[in-house]
Design a protein around this ligand. Structure first.
Ligand SMILES: NC(=O)c1ccc[n+]([C@@H]2O[C@H](COP(=O)([O-])OP(=O)(O)OC[C@H]3O[C@@H](n4cnc5c(N)ncnc54)[C@H](OP(=O)(O)O)[C@@H]3O)[C@@H](O)[C@H]2O)c1
Length: 279
């Protein structure tokens, strides 16, 4: 592999993708892609459903493909077509190192503190799609790193994430917000996540890595975040998940492998939000 890699970054306009593009550009030649509107110079048009990434890989002599686009999330079409498109994308990248950004949503949430060797048993269509993507990468490629983040939050190129932005707006408008105390996640600040992904992209590590923070309930997450942003939390209420709620209860992640590989310690929510405002 060349000293300076040529990286195709699919999803450079996204919340994670834009700060990841900036970071990877510091040491590598990055070819960013967009589906709707370009955000970076030399960005290439690419749509997972209609385009062939292989042509871009050949043309730019790509070494590494980073897939940070959110194809698995809003799947309205049929699963068979999704499978076909995933296969075509991964086959086209087969000769490259592949970094696939997956999610904690791959787990069913029965136990929490999931390690990389736990077998995913997804309970949502999103989780099922993620599992198919991961399995395809693992079966077709020899040089890959699958990265599973949990909630991403904070300022990505000065823009606060959509979840905290919405909560902030609603609380300031005097609306009542309720979050579960028994739904657990492992949130990590987006610039720290991008730093870890950059290290893993440029490493030779092959396998799955959980890239996340310490476990906390989503109620605690929002309360801490709103306090850091100086938003009054009098209208923020705790609640329990309803019994038949079809959403994973505890998808907290074991992050010891990430710490061992990268030496990065996730920042607490209030520190991360205070330090990164304006980045
Ligand atoms: N945000 C979180 O809390 C979180 C948590 C766990 C895992 N993740 C994972 O991290 C990744 C990035 O998340 P994000 O929050 O940054 O997502 P996002 O802000 O919604 O960005 C989505 C990106 O995907 C691109 N995209 C969507 N459909 C596409 C298609 N059909 N073809 C090509 N590109 C397409 C979008 O391009 P355009 O803007 O050009 O349309 C955009 O660049 C996702 O894979 C997600 O599953 C996110």
């Amino acid at each position: 592999m060349r000293q300076q890699q040529r990286i195709l970054l699919i999803g450079s306009t996204g919340y994670l993708g834009r700060t990841l593009t900036k970071r990877l550009q510091q040491r590598n030649q990055v070819v960013p892609t967009h589906r709707t509107e370009a955000r970076f110079d030399s960005s290439q048009l690419y749509d997972f459903w209609t385009d062939d990434a292989y042509a871009l890989i050949q043309h730019y002599q790509i070494d590494t493909v980073v897939i940070a686009a959110n194809m698995a999330y809003n799947l309205v079409g049929d699963f068979a077509l999704f499978q076909q498109r995933v296969k075509q994308l991964i086959q086209g990248c087969q000769q490259c190192r592949i970094i696939y950004i997956s999610s904690d949503g791959i787990f069913g949430g029965e136990k929490g503190d999931y390690t990389e060797s736990d077998i995913p048993t997804p309970i949502t269509p999103y989780g099922r799609n993620l599992r198919y993507f991961e399995e395809t990468v693992q079966s077709l490629c020899s040089n890959y790193c699958i990265i599973r983040p949990s909630y991403l939050y904070g300022y990505s190129l000065s823009q606060l994430d959509p979840r905290l932005t919405a909560a902030q707006t609603q609380l300031l408008a005097g609306e009542r917000l309720t979050y579960f105390t028994d739904m657990l996640k492992s949130p990590m600040e987006v610039n720290q996540v991008a730093e870890v992904i950059t290290l893993l992209t440029c490493s030779q590590y092959v396998g799955i890595v959980h890239v996340a923070g310490e476990a906390m309930s989503i109620y605690d997450f929002y309360r801490e975040a709103m306090n850091s942003l100086n938003i009054p939390t009098t209208h923020l209420y705790p609640a329990q998940m309803p019994v038949n709620f079809l959403h994973p209860r505890n998808t907290s992640l074991d992050i010891s492998l990430m710490k061992r590989l990268t030496k990065i310690e996730p920042l607490p929510v209030y520190v991360a939000l205070t330090q990164t405002r304006g980045i």
